[in-house]
Design a protein around this ligand. Structure first.
Ligand SMILES: Nc1ncnc2c1ncn2[C@@H]1O[C@H](COP(=O)(O)OP(=O)(O)O)[C@@H](O)[C@H]1O
Ligand SMILES: [Mg+2]
Length: 190
C-alpha cells in the first residue's frame, strides 16, 4: 500500500509515461491534475483539475503543483519520484525541488539517458548537494511511449511477444528496478 507521487517542476521529463505504467502494473489508481492521454487508456485513471483527493494505492501524476492542495498531497506521499533529464535546467530544477521537499523520501529518476556516463553525472550533481539520495535511471527508449499509446503497461507490452522482449530487454530491466521497489514493499508489509 503506498501513495506514490511523480512530480517535477519541468515538463516533458517523463512523468505521465512513468506514472501510467507504474499505476497499471501495480493495479493502483492513477490521479492527475494535468490533462493527459493516460486518462483515456486506463480505467482507474481520474482527472482532478481542482482539488485532487488523497487516496491510498495511488500514483499521482503532478503536471503542476503550484496550489497548496497539490503540495499537501506531495507532503503526504510515501515517496516522490522526481524525473530529471540530462540538461542543466532540469538538474537545477530538481535540486530546488529536493530542497523544498527535503523531509520526504525522494527517488531521483534520471530519464531519457543516452549513455550510462550521463546518468552517473546527474547522480553526482545531485549527490553533491544531497548525499545518498535514492537514484535510478532509464535509458532513451520507446518502451514507455509505445506502452502508453497501446494502452498497455510497460510489463504488459514487454511480455506481449518475443520481439518486445528482445527490443526492450535492457530498458525493461531498468524499469523493473523501479517497479520492484513497490512490489517488494507490498510483500513485506503483508
Ligand atoms: N525513457 C524515455 N526515452 C525516450 N523518450 C521518453 C522516455 N520517457 C518519456 N519519453 C517521451 O518524452 C515525452 C514526454 O514525456 P511525458 O511522460 O509526457 O512527460 P511529462 O508528463 O513530464 O510532461 C513523451 O513523448 C514520452 O514518450
Ligand atoms: Mg505529463
Amino acid at each position: 500500500m503506498a501513495i506514490i507521487s511523480i512530480a517535477s517542476t519541468k515538463g516533458g521529463v517523463g512523468k505521465t509515461s512513468l506514472a501510467f505504467s507504474l499505476a497499471k502494473d501495480l493495479r493502483y489508481r492513477y490521479a492527475t491534475n494535468d490533462m493527459s492521454v493516460a486518462l483515456q487508456k486506463y480505467k482507474n485513471a481520474r482527472y482532478y483539475p481542482n482539488k485532487i483527493p488523497l487516496y491510498p494505492d495511488t500514483v499521482y501524476d503532478f503536471g503542476g503543483f503550484d496550489d497548496p492542495h497539490s503540495e499537501e498531497i506531495l507532503r503526504q506521499s510515501d515517496i516522490i519520484i522526481l524525473p530529471t533529464t540530462n540538461d542543466q535546467n532540469s538538474i537545477l530544477k530538481s535540486q530546488l525541488f529536493i530542497k523544498n521537499f527535503r523531509e520526504k523520501t525522494i527517488l531521483v529518476f534520471a530519464n531519457m539517458i543516452e549513455n550510462p556516463n550521463d546518468a552517473m553525472m546527474i547522480r553526482q550533481k545531485i549527490h553533491e548537494h544531497f548525499p545518498g539520495l535514492a537514484f535510478t535511471y532509464l535509458r532513451r527508449t520507446k518502451l514507455l511511449k509505445n506502452a502508453l499509446e497501446s494502452g498497455l503497461s510497460a510489463t504488459e507490452l514487454y511480455e506481449s511477444n518475443n520481439h518486445s522482449q528482445h527490443i526492450y530487454k535492457k530498458a525493461y530491466a531498468e524499469y523493473l528496478k523501479i517497479l520492484n521497489l513497490f512490489l517488494d514493499d507490498d510483500q513485506t508489509s503483508e
